[in-house]
Design a protein around this ligand. Sequence first.
Ligand SMILES: [Zn+2]
Ligand SMILES: [Zn+2]
Ligand SMILES: [Zn+2]
Ligand SMILES: [Zn+2]
Length: 367
Amino acid sequence: MSDTEAATATSSAETVPETSDSAEKMDEINEPETKRRKLNRNNDNDEKKNRLEERLGSILCCAVCLDLPRAAVYQCNNGHLMCVSCFTHLLADARLRDESATCPNCRVEISKTAATRNLAVENAVSELPSECQYCGKEFPRNSMERHEDQMCDERTSGCKYSRIGCPWRGPKHESKQHEQDCPHANRSGAEVMEALQIIDQQVADERKLYENIFELLGYEKITFNDLQLKPYRTEEFVHRLYYESSRFSAFNNQWVVKARINNSQKDPTQSSERDITYQKDPTQSSERDITYQLILRTRTSCPLNINFIILRGPFGDMKIHPRIYRFDFTEQDNESPYMPLSLPDTAECNRLLAAKTINFRLIMFLA
Ligand SMILES: [Zn+2]
Ligand SMILES: [Zn+2]
Ligand SMILES: [Zn+2]
Ligand SMILES: [Zn+2]
C-alpha cells in the first residue's frame, strides 16, 4: 500500500463513523426528555445490578469448579470455598493417592473435620438470581428447581402416549396440542405391542429380583453381619487402595469382604479417554465404581453354595440398589469374583471414598 492510498483509507474510515455518530446524536435529541432519563436510569440500574451480582457470583463461587454451589458449601481453615461435590471429590482423590487432601487455593490440609460448612454463603447463593435453562427468565436459585421441574412453560416434556411408543419430546406448552393430534392415540393394539413388551420386560426384571429375595428368605440357613470396610494399601511399588473388612463368622466358617475401586485400574484419579467430554466439570472428570468380593478364610470339606446381597444396613448410608450374587465356595475356589456394588453414580462412589469407612450389611443364604 502506498502512502497516499493509506492516507485515503484512514480518512474514509474516519468519516464513516462520524456520520453514524451524529445520526445517533440526532436520535437522542429527538427523544422526549423524560423517556431519555428513564432509559438512562434503567441502563444505570441494569449495569449496577449486573456488576453487583456478577461480583458476588465470582466471590461466592466454588474455588474448584467456579460454579455457584447448588447445595452445601465447605471452606478450608483459610476460608476458601468449595461446593460439596468438589469437596468430596478432593477427599476421594486424596484417599486414592494415599495423600492428605489439601485446599486447591492455599494447600492447607482439608478433611471432614478440618473444614467447615459456610451457611451464610449457602444462603446468600440461594438468593442470587439464576437463569432458567428453558425459558431464560431469572429467578432466585432457591426457587429454580421448582420452576424448572414443575412451573416452566418451556420445560421439556413428553407425550402422555409415550408408554405406547410416542417418542415426542417438546416444550410443555406444546404438549396439549401435540397430544390432541398425536398419531399414537389411534394406533391399533397390534401396533403398540412392541412398546408394551419393553415395559413388561422392565417390570418382569424388577419382579424377578424381589421373587428371588423372597425365595432366599425361605432358606433354612440365613445369616447377616453388619460390616465395616476400612482402607488399606497394597504392598506393590505403586500402593493401590483397597478395602477390607475384619473377619466375621457365618455358617461355622470365617469370611472377609474385600473391595476395590475401578477394578484397581492404574490411577483411578486420572480420567480415561471416554471421559474427555466431562472435563469442563472436574467433579465428573472420572467415572468411578466399587467392586467387592467375598472370601472364605477357613478350610471347608464340603462346598458351600452361597447367595449374598449387600444392603445399606443400620450403620451405613450408601445408596445401593440391591443385587443378589451367587458363588459356590470350595476348598480350591475360596474367593468369589469381584462384583459391582451397584451404586447410582460416581458422586455416590466419591462420597463413600471421602468417608473414613464404608458400613453395610451383608446377608448370606446357604443352599
Ligand atoms: Zn465445585
Ligand atoms: Zn484454602
Ligand atoms: Zn423457565
Ligand atoms: Zn405423542
